[in-house]
Design a protein around this ligand. Structure first.
Ligand code: HEM
Length: 349
C-alpha cells in the first residue's frame, strides 16, 4: 500500500528535480514554463503566441524560456548567432498543407480554398513546364510524393502572395491616415520629380517600404530553429542540443535603442546616417541568413513598383467604413483582423 503512494511521489519529485536543474531553468521566464508547454500551445492555438512572447520579453528581458524545450531572444547578438553564424541550427519546418489532406486520390469531396484545389490538380498533371518548381519536385533526384509536392508548392504560393499583399495592405492603410498625409505628399513629389528614375533609385520610396515592413512585418512571429546537437551558448546562457530557439520581427523591430519611438511610423528614420548600420542589421522582416526569404528582392520590387504607380497618380484616404487593422496571426502570415481595408483613391495627376 505504501508503495502505491511512494512511486508516484518519487516520480513527481524526480520530474520537478530534473526540470528545476535543467540548463533552461536558468533562463528568465515564468516558473510554469519549466514544467509545461501547454500555456504556449494554448496561446498559439488562440492566435496570441506573438503578443504573449512579446509581453514576456518586455517583462523578463532579451532572453526568455517560453516552454521546457523552447526559448526566445530579442537581441541582435542572438539573432546573428541563430540565423547567420553558419552553425547547424536546423530549420523547424514541415510543409503545412499535408496536415489537411490525408489522401490526394481520395474521391471524398472536400470544401477547400481555390488555391488548394488548383495546386492539387496541378501536381497530378503529367509533364509540368521544365522551368517550374513542380518539374524540379517531380525530377528523379526528388523522392517527393504528390501530396508532399503539393504541400511544397502551396507553401511557396503562400510565402510569395499573402506576405507581399498583406504588407502592402497595412502600408497603404497607414499612408492613408490623415496624420500621414505629408508622408504621402513627399512620396508623390519624389516619384513625380523625375519619372525616368527606376523604382530602385527613389530613396524616400525605399524608406517608406522599409518602415512599412518594420512596423507591419507580414510574418511578425517567431522563425524557429533547433539548436545543434552539441548545444550552444546564446547571450551568455548555455542552451542544450535540440532546443527550439527563435527571434520574432515584431519584437526586434521595436527595440527603442535602434528604433527610437518604435511605435511611430516614420520613414525618415531610414534616411538618417546615425544608426544606419544598427537599423539595417536589426531589420528582420525577411529573416536573415541561408534560410531567409529567397523572394526578398522580388517582393521589394513588386511593392515599390505598385506604390510608385499608385502614389504617382493618386492620393489615398480612408474609406467611410472603419477598418480593424490589428494584426490577426494566421498559420504563416498576419492579416488585418477585420479582413477588409477600404481606401478611397483620388486622382491627382
Ligand atoms: C513582403 C513579402 C515577403 C516577406 C515579408 C517574406 C518573409 C519571409 C521570411 C521571414 C522567411 C523565412 C522564415 C524563416 O526564417 O523561418 C521567408 C522564406 C521564404 N520566402 Fe519569403 N517573404 C516575402 C515574399 C516572398 C516572395 C515574393 C517569395 C517568392 C516568390 C517568397 C518565397 C519564400 C520562400 C520559398 C521561403 C523559404 C526559403 C527557405 O526555406 O529556404 N517570399 N519569407
Amino acid at each position: 500500500m505504501f508503495l502505491i503512494y511512494l512511486l508516484p511521489a518519487l516520480s513527481i519529485i524526480y520530474f520537478l528535480y530534473t526540470r528545476l536543474t535543467s540548463p533552461l531553468s536558468k533562463l528568465p521566464g515564468p516558473l510554469y514554463t519549466n514544467f509545461t508547454p501547454l500555456y504556449l500551445i494554448y496561446k498559439e492555438f488562440t492566435g496570441n503566441r506573438r503578443t504573449y512572447i512579446d509581453s514576456l520579453h518586455t517583462r523578463y528581458g532579451p532572453v526568455i524560456r517560453i516552454s521546457p524545450s523552447e526559448c526566445s531572444f530579442s537581441s541582435y547578438s542572438a539573432m546573428k548567432e541563430i540565423y547567420t553564424s553558419g552553425a547547424p541550427y536546423l530549420e523547424y519546418y514541415a510543409p503545412r498543407l499535408a496536415e489537411f489532406f490525408d489522401n490526394l486520390n481520395s474521391k471524398r469531396s472536400r470544401s477547400v480554398p481555390l488555391a488548394n484545389d488548383f495546386v492539387l490538380e496541378a501536381v497530378q498533371k503529367p509533364n509540368p513546364a521544365s522551368y517550374s518548381l513542380l518539374s524540379k519536385l517531380h525530377s528523379k533526384a526528388s523522392e517527393l510524393e504528390d501530396l508532399s509536392a503539393a504541400a511544397e508548392c502551396m507553401d511557396h504560393l503562400a510565402a510569395g502572395i499573402d506576405t507581399t499583399g498583406d504588407g502592402l495592405c497595412f502600408l497603404m492603410h497607414e499612408l492613408s491616415l490623415p496624420q500621414n498625409a505629408h508622408i504621402q505628399q513627399r512620396l508623390r513629389d519624389e516619384i513625380n520629380d523625375d519619372q525616368d528614375k527606376s523604382f530602385d533609385q527613389l530613396p524616400y520610396l525605399d524608406a517608406v517600404v522599409k518602415e512599412g515592413l518594420r512596423v507591419f512585418p507580414p510574418i511578425p512571429m517567431s522563425f524557429p530553429r533547433y539548436t545543434p546537437d552539441s548545444g550552444t551558448t546564446l547571450d551568455g546562457y548555455y542552451i542544450p542540443g535540440h532546443v527550439i530557439v527563435s527571434c520574432q520581427p515584431f519584437t526586434l523591430h521595436k527595440d527603442p535603442e535602434v528604433f527610437p519611438s518604435p511605435e511611430k511610423f516614420d520613414p525618415q528614420r531610414w534616411l538618417e546616417d546615425k544608426g544606419e548600420l544598427e537599423r539595417n542589421r536589426m531589420f528582420f522582416a525577411f529573416s536573415q541568413g541561408a534560410r531567409g526569404c529567397i523572394g526578398k528582392h522580388l517582393a521589394l520590387a513588386e511593392m515599390k513598383i505598385l506604390l510608385r504607380e499608385v502614389y504617382g497618380q493618386y492620393k489615398t484616404v480612408l474609406g467611410k467604413e472603419k477598418a480593424d487593422m490589428r494584426f490577426d496571426d494566421q498559420v504563416i502570415s498576419s492579416r488585418p483582423k477585420g479582413q477588409k481595408c477600404r481606401l478611397q483613391f483620388q486622382k491627382v495627376v
